[in-house]
Ligand binder design. Structure first.
Ligand SMILES: [Zn+2]
Length: 89
């Protein structure tokens, strides 16, 4: 699903914030990069908004450690900003 400009702006803001706050749990590195990925839906996931098949990954530039966040969860709630704040402080 293509995001409209407003949503893409929010996504970009999240990604920037995630990169800012990221501290690698493996090597304690602070340099990271985010990337958006999508998977093909199957089974139950097809019943939900396609956004549940979209993810934001953030990986450590020091050691490659990667975390994956489901975009549908992050952006599917009104308090999405609070969620990101809770995760990334
Ligand atoms: Zn690392």
């Amino acid at each position: 699903m293509a995001l409209d400009n407003r949503e893409q702006k929010i996504v970009d803001e999240y990604k920037r914030k995630m990169e800012e706050k990221f501290i690698c749990p493996k090597c304690k590195g602070k340099k990271s990069k985010t990337h958006e990925i999508a998977t093909t839906g199957s089974g139950l996931s097809r019943l939900y908004n396609v956004q549940y098949n979209e993810f934001i990954i953030i990986f450590c530039l020091g050691c490659g450690y990667t975390e994956i966040y489901n975009k549908g969860v992050l952006f599917g709630r009104d308090a999405a900003r609070d969620v990101v704040d809770a995760i990334f402080g």
